[in-house]
Design a protein around this ligand. Structure first.
Ligand code: MET
Length: 410
């Protein structure tokens, strides 16, 4: 079997030699000529029934060959039979919830916090017609009811890098399928399907695209579940644009190298932040005590390149003092990004719920990019030291206990 880097480069390119091209073709057709109306009707019916391919794509909402290449490549990296791409990560989450609940006559979801704030908000809003019970990873079994259609887990978690044992959550879920958001780890560092996850979700906007210029989502799973996801995608129209499919497919070729390089810098930045007097707690799987269940090496092949830390001063003032690092949501881009979860990515999660799952007001999330590590550190150190030098020492003493790292409520 080919190695990860080889699969990343060659996945979805199997037919290019026969086509006589080197770069994957981009098919922008919205509709396809159907000389034989009956055959076109049969193809349409096949897609409506969930087929991955048919004699003609018929219409771009049903199938797109460029997007299908990206899907095949991602499925190979995740070790699943198939993958289904969507116009955004949130469209992908929505389709999984719809396929696992409404399509199966269920209306209850169990979710482990923290999750990306948009996912948390979607699940708690009731917009999709489901009720959600939030449980800690070790209490999932207690929250399951006969009406539960899906368990939702993100590990490493957005934004605080909490780690969960996927196989243990799958065991707790019993016959209920588990969706794991694998956006932070990428298939380079973790393959949740190998640990029993039924759906492996990515916001492709992050590491898969990798350059901050494409919005998309993708779900890797078995062929049967992929068929149901395609049925949902066809009816709801939550498709990925072919240019998005092309860019995410292209991004996969360099994914292992980008993740490995950013991860090396993140380990160093995490170590230095942990010693900085202006920093409270640092969350990164590489740090001592961050992986009590011993998941590194068993489930997670590396700690990744996203970290989080609390500041002893106002976090927005720290961000204001940065010059090189980009103040922005999202992650997994070539440049280092920093954001304030309580104010941005997790703003729509009630503050009491945020605090209960280890996302305090003074937490900053850092997605370490591909710059020289010394330049990233110089920028961070300067911004942190400026705040530290001007801060009130009484305040520092009073807040030195930091935040409870692993306090969650059912
Ligand atoms: C609109 S908030 C955004 C995006 C992204 N999912 C993140 O965690 O940063």
């Amino acid at each position: 079997m080919a190695g990860m880097r080889t699969t990343a480069v060659h996945g979805g390119r199997e037919d290019l030699g026969a086509l006589g091209v080197h770069a994957a073709p981009i098919d922008l057709s919205t509709t396809y000529p159907i000389p034989d109306q009956a055959a076109g009707g049969e193809a349409l019916q096949s897609f409506a029934d969930g087929a991955a391919e048919a004699a003609s794509p018929v219409y771009a909402r049903l199938h797109n060959p460029t997007v299908a290449r990206f899907e095949r490549a991602l499925a190979r990296l995740e070790g699943t039979e198939q993958a289904v791409a969507f116009g955004s990560g949130m469209a992908a989450v929505t389709a999984v919830v719809q396929a696992a609940t409404v399509l199966r006559g269920k209306s209850h979801v169990v979710a482990v916090r923290p999750l990306y704030g948009g996912t948390d908000h979607l699940l708690s809003s009731g917009l999709l017609g489901v009720r959600t019970t939030y449980a800690t990873a070790d209490r999932v079994a207690d929250a399951i009811t006969p009406d539960t259609g899906l368990v939702v887990l993100e590990t490493p978690a957005n934004p605080n890098l909490d780690l969960a044992d996927i196989a243990a959550v799958v065991a707790g879920a019993g016959t209920v399928p588990v969706m794991v958001d694998n956006t932070f780890a990428t298939p380079v560092l973790q393959n949740p399907a190998a640990h029993g996850a039924a759906y492996v979700l990515h916001s492709g906007t992050k590491y898969l695209g990798g350059h901050g210029d494409v919005l998309g989502g993708v779900v890797a799973c078995d062929a049967e579940r992929a068929g149901a996801l395609r049925q949902v995608r066809i009816v709801t129209g939550a498709v990925l644009h072919p240019l998005g499919g092309y860019l995410m497919h292209r991004g996969l070729a360099t994914l292992p190298l980008r993740v490995e390089a950013a991860q090396r810098s993140a380990v160093e930045i995490a170590r230095r932040l942990a010693e900085h007097p202006a920093v409270g707690a640092v969350r990164h799987p590489s740090l001592p005590g961050a992986d009590p269940a011993g998941l590194l090496g068993r489930q997670l092949r590396g700690p990744g390149a996203v970290l989080a830390f609390t500041t002893r001063e106002n976090p927005t003032d720290v961000v204001r003092g940065l010059g090189l690092i980009t103040p922005a949501v999202s992650l997994g881009s070539v440049d280092t990004l920093i954001e304030h979860p309580a104010g941005l990515t997790h703003r729509l999660v009630p503050s009491a719920d945020r605090n209960a799952c280890g996302v305090p007001e003074n937490l900053l999330r850092l997605s370490v990019g591909l710059e020289d590590v010394e330049d990233i550190w110089e920028d961070l150190d300067k911004a942190l030291s400026r705040e530290w030098n001007s801060c009130d020492l009484d305040y520092v003493k009073a807040s030195s206990s930091d935040f409870p790292l692993s306090v969650h409520n059912l």
